[in-house]
Design a protein around this ligand. Sequence first.
Ligand code: PMP
Length: 305
Amino acid sequence: MNLPKFAYFQGQIVPYTQAKVGVLTHALNYGTAVFGGIRAYWNDSEQQLFIFRPVDHYRRLLNSSRLLHMTFTHTPDSLTQLTVELLREEAYRCDIYIRPLAYKADEAIGVKLHGLQDELTIAAIPFDNYMRDDTDVKATISNWRRVDDNAIPARGKISGAYANSALAKSDAQLSGFDEALVLTQEGHLSEGSAMNVFMVRDDVVITPPVTDNILEGITRRTAMELVKNELGLPVVERPIDRTELYICDELFMTGSAAQIVAITKVDYRPVGKGEMGPVAGKLREIFDGIVRAKNPKYAHWNVEV
Ligand code: PMP
């Protein structure tokens, strides 16, 4: 296991081994935490590490924290700066994954959100691919349903809600698939276990709306912009029926950990020709240049460490 050397914990950067909480911690017992997942990419020619869209990620983290009655004096910019400082201490020279976590820190019994102490921690580890094969993912439509906005809001990245994602992911993997596609209670496509989903039908790129219990993904937003601006294809946000997944031309998923991955089969049915399609293929290429800070047009998304 590749553990970090440091973590931001209780207001300062400390050795990772000191960043510990007690077993009675509220967040550990009740899932009362929100988190983020941010990547930083190593640019070999510049010998430099670049964080991808950290300000957008931290804006979402702070919004998620508001859903759980948390208050922080941090801002998206101050959290980005803290992350830069942490990464300078770590001195990583490879692709990494950054995990901020805001949590209810009291070591106390009692289910509630108010009147508790909020803490925020950040740690980062070296990170490679998330999926077994990014260009050839075999998915299944899960028989678990996505948590609803009126149960645990999926637009907040709430730790407790990831039991829902984990149920879907493990059942998919233990049945021999790579990934789960999860439907809403109404039966529309919501998202994968930890990624948003895009479908291509007749040269239109379609993705579920933010009202279908998805996490409002930063990579989703990135992909929507790149499809429009760089591939010149229309992007439509609308509900997606289950059986559209069986007849569409292309399916791909987006996420900070997963990046852009092509789904080639759903429930044993080939997607399109049963191999990665042109939209996902081109998008992956453009995306890789942008995240490694090799595309000046999108340099405003790269924060240098
Ligand atoms: N949906 C879920 C449930 C996720 O956990 C993630 C990963 N954060 C995503 C979608 C993708 O979001 P992003 O592109 O911001 O990483």
